[in-house]
Ligand binder design. Structure first.
Ligand code: C2E
Ligand code: MG
Ligand code: MG
Ligand code: MG
Length: 295
């Protein structure tokens, strides 16, 4: 299995110089193997999207999903293969596939009679700067006939650092198409809060590292202030990477709007999504915790 071979990197470790150069070679080999896998996946329908539910904090039900990219045949995390896709430029073609697949999925759930809920896709800086991607989005949205409001676009702070005319054009363009725009991984980078006053985002997503401040006895003041800041700018706010009920309770008390995390659900295949589409996750987890507590 190619996967195991790739992870089974052996180092001699005796000679420092040798160790270093072996590691560099392994790294290069690893990257070129991933590149090959990505090219093959593009040719042979080797990608798939999984969908992680986002839960409305007050109501407890599913309000939308984040689409996350997976390789069907390989257990390689996006944090490993997305950077390779970006460096090689393959992200352009992969990103189009992601957008098309998400739009098709929204249309398909529509036609099955499910109440439409927004699906978010992640978009890289190379895509934001590629005018062709914007045109492609406009085209597939109009062909699909879905409400563009059901497609949400997640961008990261690192894109804002580059703050080019092209990226501003993309942000305004997708908003004009009617899509939602979300600032992902908020609080990890160079958080200039000033962005929030001129980038036309609808929502910010607090990074897991910030939400983790609600674990244990760590200070939650930063998170609560960010929630208040978002609301003062009329933005929605999602906390991601939530794994503990205690985090849910504190975020609810702090006024956070949406939660995404393993506490409620891992990312799911589309067939599994159809089974949980209308459930109330908060009620479900609360009952489970009650049952656990009462033996
Ligand atoms: P992200 O956009 O910040 O996505 C959230 C990540 O956190 C996902 O990892 C998700 O599975 C994970 N996660 C959610 N809840 C929890 C939790 O409670 N605990 C923990 N430990 N993790 C949780 P994933 O799917 O491995 O994706 C990693 C990153 O790869 C994404 O971070 C995103 O930046 C990127 N990515 C994924 N799919 C795409 C894509 O289609 N296009 C682009 N450009 N990037 C993508
Ligand atoms: Mg994201
Ligand atoms: Mg994120
Ligand atoms: Mg991330």
């Amino acid at each position: 299995n190619a996967d195991t071979a790739m992870y089974n990197v052996k180092h001699s470790g005796k000679n420092n110089y040798m160790f270093y150069s072996t590691e560099m070679k392994d790294e290069l080999r690893y990257r070129s193997q991933i590149e090959t896998i990505l090219r093959e996946a593009l040719r042979n329908d080797g990608f798939q999207l999984v969908y992680q539910p986002q839960v409305d904090v007050k109501a407890g039900n599913v309000t939308g999903f984040e689409a996350l990219l997976r390789l069907k045949e390989y257990n390689i995390a996006p944090d490993k293969f997305i950077p390779v896709a970006e460096e090689t430029g393959l992200i352009i073609e992969i990103g189009r596939w992601v957008a098309k697949e998400a739009v098709n999925q929204i249309a398909s759930w529509d036609s099955m009679g499910f109440e439409t809920k927004p699906v978010a896709i992640n978009v890289s800086s190379k895509q934001v700067k590629d005018y062709g991607f914007f045109e492609y989005l406009a085209q597939i949205l109009s062909e699909s006939g879905i409400n563009p409001d059901m497609l949400e676009i997640e961008i990261t702070e690192s894109i804002l650092l580059e703050n080019t005319e092209e990226s501003m054009g993309f942000f305004n363009g997708v908003r004009n198409l009617g899509c939602r725009l979300t600032l992902d991984d908020f609080g990890t980078g160079f958080s200039s809060l000033n962005y929030l006053t001129y980038i036309p985002v609808n929502k910010i997503k607090l990074d897991k590292s910030l939400s983790d401040k609600f674990l244990g006895f760590k200070d939650a003041k930063v998170v609560n202030s960010l929630i208040a800041l978002a609301h003062s700018l009329d933005l929605g706010i999602t906390a991601e990477g939530i794994e503990e009920w205690s985090q849910y309770e504190k975020l609810k008390a702090g006024g956070c709007d949406f939660i995404q995390g393993y506490l409620f659900s891992r990312p799911l295949g589309k067939d599994q999504v159809e089974k949980i589409y209308d459930i109330n996750f908060v009620d479900r987890i609360r009952k489970q915790l009650d049952m656990d507590a009462n033996g």
